[in-house]
Design a protein. Structure first.
Ligand code: NAD
Length: 371
């Protein structure tokens, strides 16, 4: 069984799909590893660290005889076209952004596992790359915010008197938001959290935060939020104004599957924020939660600074790669038996994550893209 690991080509991408400490686990699965030269360098791993792996310079050659190709972002159509027919690809794919890949994936009969579609169920937690990467992004957001604030986060008693703790408000309490709350709490801030899913109240409190209750229940399907009506949106916005304007640091992470990010903070609300206050908009990738967010850039609105970093997990490439590689290993544990590929299409996790297989697009949302 041959496994190939590609070097990422995206401009913001430093992660790699396999890390040296896990190479032994691949050997145990009965696999040999071919690494595209320099694949791990941006994440801090030299080729020589991958003991036992061969290195191949050309991406088209490294995939040519591989049974399984591992990557972080979807490879190009040319790389897919060079893959062995019937091979497995495991990476984030996001066909909505890369519809051009569906044809080569089908044409080569590639079994493509789109990591962004791993079912959010307990049994699939070990494969859940969205969660592993969101955890790191959530951790990073308060740190990024802290270094941009003109004040410190914890209460501090000094010889000349005390400094008050900063107030941090996190809006959107999914995986990233809860981790952001926990990190800000550990750094000594006074924390508040808000989400449209009522079950997040208890989760926020469990990491030391107060919950801002707006009285709007925005529970959607499958544990996700739904889009709010205009009236609900106006009501929540009103209830949140005071909390936004009392905060020194606001971290926003709100997303609704398949939509652009909901607008949580208006320009008027930002203009009412305290001097030196900072917003870290972790939803920048899907358009941002604030009026005034420019994805990938730092902007100033009134007296506040809005940071809208893209691909945050990649800024923590070493650990992000390690967790992502562990997610992939858990997938391999499901689809490799006795040293050979064995895909059980009756398995809920395999079926839910497979985007293309045997020449067909299996996920309805992706199928609609080519109809
Ligand atoms: P996400 O990235 O889709 O969204 C982030 C948060 O934004 C969510 O908590 C959502 O409720 C919130 N949100 C959406 N619209 C909002 C609005 N208008 N105002 C305020 N908040 C808003 O979320 P995620 O981190 O991917 O997690 C989504 C769900 O999946 C959560 O319930 C999470 O607990 C669950 N989950 C389950 C598993 C599992 O069981 N294996 C794993 C991971 C996540």
């Amino acid at each position: 069984l041959k496994i190939a690991v590609l070097k990422e080509v995206g401009s913001n991408e430093r992660r790699v799909a396999m890390v040296p400490v896990l190479v032994k686990r691949l050997t145990k699965l009965g696999a040999s590893l071919a690494l595209q030269t320099g694949a791990g360098v941006a994440a801090g791993f030299a080729d020589a660290d991958y003991v036992g792996a061969t290195t191949v310079d050309d991406p088209l050659r490294v995939v040519a005889d591989a049974d399984i190709v591992l990557a972080v972002q979807a490879p190009s159509a040319a790389v897919i076209a060079a893959m062995k027919p019937g091979a497995v690809l495991a990476s984030f794919v996001y066909p909505q952004k890369h519809a051009d890949l569906l044809e080569p994936l089908c044409e080569r009969h590639i079994s493509a596992f789109a990591l962004e579609t791993v079912p959010r169920i307990s049994r699939a937690q070990a494969l859940d790359a969205l969660s592993s990467q969101a955890t790191l992004a959530g951790y990073y957001a308060p740190l990024l915010g802290a270094v941009h604030l003109p004040r410190i986060l914890p209460m501090m008693t000094t010889a000349v008197g005390s400094l008050r703790a900063a107030r941090v408000l996190v809006m959107g309490l999914g995986v990233a938001g809860l981790q952001a709350l926990a990190t800000a709490h550990r750094l000594g801030a006074i924390t508040e959290g808000y989400d449209v899913r009522p079950e997040t109240k208890e989760q926020a409190q469990s990491v030391g935060a107060k919950f801002v209750d707006t009285g709007v229940d925005g529970r959607g399907e499958g544990g996700y939020a739904r889009e709010l009506t205009a009236e609900e949106q106006a009501r929540t916005q009103d209830a949140l104004t005071l909390h936004i304007q009392q905060a020194d640091l606001v971290i926003t992470t709100a997303n609704v599957p398949g939509r652009t990010a909901p607008r949580l903070i208006s320009r008027v609300q930002i203009e009412g924020m305290k001097p030196g206050s900072v917003i870290v908009d972790l939803a920048a990738e899907s358009g941002g939660n604030c009026e005034g967010t420019v994805p990938g850039e730092t902007t100033t609105v009134g007296r506040a600074t809005i940071l809208a970093p893209l691909n945050v997990p990649s800024l923590l490439a070493q650990h992000a790669s390690e967790l992502y590689a562990k997610n992939l290993l858990s997938l391999l544990d499901l689809i490799v038996k006795d040293g050979a590929l064995s895909l059980d299409l009756g398995d809920e996790v395999v079926a839910g994550t497979l985007l293309t297989h045997a020449g067909e697009i299996r996920q309805p949302a992706a199928r609609r893209l080519v109809e």
